[in-house]
Design a protein. Structure first.
Length: 239
């Protein structure tokens, strides 16, 4: 027992056997599980991005985390289950749950903020782009199993639709658009800026990662979104 005035040593997480994380003194069991899963997802993301689903090694993922191969299967069931969890975590990182705060923004300003933040999210999560590209090449074999991805995408559309409805009420935005088209226009610019950075640089001599190009394309995605929904006056202004 520690005497008065003595400080108890802080117990850090340590391994018990290969790859085992032990509970910290100030951590509950739920916190330990959450941290373990976060470690696994981070390591698995790196492995799947680098080698694809078929080429990724569960042994390599286990070796890179404070857990064991057996625990990977305990948490995710299979390699495919782990890959699905990685995809879902990637969609979670790039998505947004709520429209931008509306208190001091017009609907047009909120839409620009939505588009520019989407651009930032894609640039900050390049692994998401690589995973989605690979999944498209694989005919969406795993992503089609995920209710979470569909729910996340629906939430993104709902967030954008809330801005559009406010814009219509303000008389600033057109009535005759589909939110899906607006969303895809935003995503197309954001995705291309990451997915085609290398090929664009080599074929067109444009460095999409330069500060000038990043700032320009960030403004451009906001311009595209706002001009697409903008209400125009006069005959034939809205087709």
């Amino acid at each position: 027992m520690a005497g008065e005035g003595e400080t108890r040593p802080v117990i850090k997480a340590r391994r018990s056997g290969p790859g085992r994380r032990k509970l910290e003194a100030d951590q509950d069991a739920a916190g330990l599980v959450a941290q373990t899963r976060a470690d696994i997802i981070a390591a698995a993301t790196r492995e799947f991005v680098r080698n694809g689903f078929e080429g990724a090694s569960i042994n390599e993922i286990a070796a890179a985390t404070q857990t064991s191969k057996r625990m990977l299967y305990y948490h995710y069931g299979s390699k495919r289950g782990l890959y699905r969890a990685v995809l879902e975590a990637a969609y979670e990182r790039v998505g947004r749950r709520e429209p931008p705060a509306a208190a001091d923004l017009s609907a047009m300003q909120a839409l620009r903020q939505y588009a520019e933040e989407a651009f930032d999210n894609f640039r900050q999560n390049e692994d998401f782009v690589r995973l989605v590209m690979a999944e498209n090449l694989n005919n969406g074999e795993v992503i089609r199993e995920s209710d979470f991805v569909r729910q996340r995408s629906a939430a993104n559309l709902a967030s954008l639709e809330a801005i559009w409805k406010r814009g219509r009420a303000e008389g600033a935005m057109r009535d005759d658009i589909r939110i899906l088209d607006l969303y895809l226009a935003i995503v197309a610019v954001c995705f291309h800026a990451v997915s085609n950075r290398i090929s664009t640089g080599l074929s067109l001599g444009v460095d999409l990662s330069s500060a000038e190009e990043v700032a320009f394309r960030r403004r451009m995605v906001g311009d595209i979104a706002c001009r697409y929904v903008m209400r125009c006056e006069g005959p034939g202004a809205q087709s």
